[in-house]
Design a protein around this ligand. Structure first.
Ligand SMILES: N[C@@H](CCC[C@H](N)C(=O)O)C(=O)O
Length: 286
């Protein structure tokens, strides 16, 4: 039996079990991740994050500085995800709180590439890097590339797919539908179905540069927040508005709080809080 240290943290109530693996000696299995994220039988979280040096991870490109800290992100169902926007801030806060990083601006490594973190009042800003429309050229021309069937909405709703390192499908809800009344207990069905799965964001405008969003995360279910999802939702809304040059800053309200998104050229940045809640030890299933 293996007993490990853990830290529980969250970013706008998107919650994670952080597992320090400072020597790169731990190989978390999918079953162990499911146990850690189990809200009744384990610690509980939307995902697990192993804190490990890039040089100790087999699937990190050889040109990445091996001393950088790598965010090894897994969804609650044990699957591997390329990126987690809220996770980057919580990961950054773990590194700074434990003295593993002392700079105010620093890079971390993820499966979705290097991400630059900056400490800001109330939390962290993360340069998520380049984004792209996942399905060209239909999306370019029509601002939509798929339809999504949401439980309780009679007709499929048009949607736009974006790639932020991980996959997102953003759905603009018809104005008459209250976001809070949508049933997200089952995954919205996206047609055509993306082979690698997708996170699905339901958005409604609140005002200029301000949207509200609920999300059904790939590998998890409905969560209180999704950072890359908030960036995708802001980008899609901006795209639908005709990409206005004077509307590059967005506020995204999620059930768990508020996130900021800044669009610049072909890149996007995310800002918001990070909270470390508890430390402990846990014995993993064999
Ligand atoms: N909550 C995250 C995204 C986590 C990964 C996602 N479920 C996926 O499979 O892509 C965020 O804050 O971005």
């Amino acid at each position: 039996m293996t007993t490990i240290d853990f830290t529980k943290g969250h970013g706008t109530h998107n919650d994670f079990v952080l597992v320090p693996d400072l020597d790169g000696a731990l190989d978390l299995t999918a079953e162990q991740v499911r146990f850690l994220c189990d809200r009744r039988g384990g610690i509980g979280g939307d995902g697990a994050i192993r804190v490990v040096r890039a040089g100790k991870v087999a699937d990190v490109s050889a040109d990445v500085d091996p001393d950088l800290w790598f965010m090894d992100y897994r969804n609650a169902d044990g699957s591997v995800a390329e990126m987690c926007g809220n996770g980057t801030r919580v990961f950054a806060d773990y590194l700074r709180t434990h003295g593993l990083v002392t700079d105010e601006t620093f890079d971390i490594a993820t499966r979705g590439g290097l991400k630059r973190i900056t400490t800001v009042p109330g939390g962290y800003a993360v340069d998520l890097g380049p984004w792209r429309l996942a399905r060209e050229p239909e999306a370019q021309e029509r601002g939509m590339d798929s339809v999504v069937q949401v439980v309780g909405i009679a007709d499929p709703v048009p949607a736009l797919s974006l790639d932020l390192g991980n996959p997102h499908t953003v759905v603009a809800l018809p104005p008459e539908l209250a976001l809070g009344r949508i049933d997200l207990t089952t995954a919205p069905q996206v047609d055509p179905h993306p082979e690698q799965g997708t996170n699905v964001e339901l958005v409604r405008p609140v005002g200029p540069g301000h949207i509200e969003m609920r999300v059904h995360e790939r590998g998890v279910g409905e969560t209180q927040s999704c950072g890359t999802g908030a960036a995708a939702a802001a980008l899609a809304t901006w795209w639908w508005a005709g990409r206005p040059d004077d509307q590059l800053d967005w506020v995204v309200d999620v059930p768990g709080g508020r996130l900021g998104v800044h669009i610049s050229d072909d890149k996007v940045a995310l800002s918001g809080p990070a909270v470390l809640v508890a430390d402990g030890t846990v014995t993993l299933p064999a």
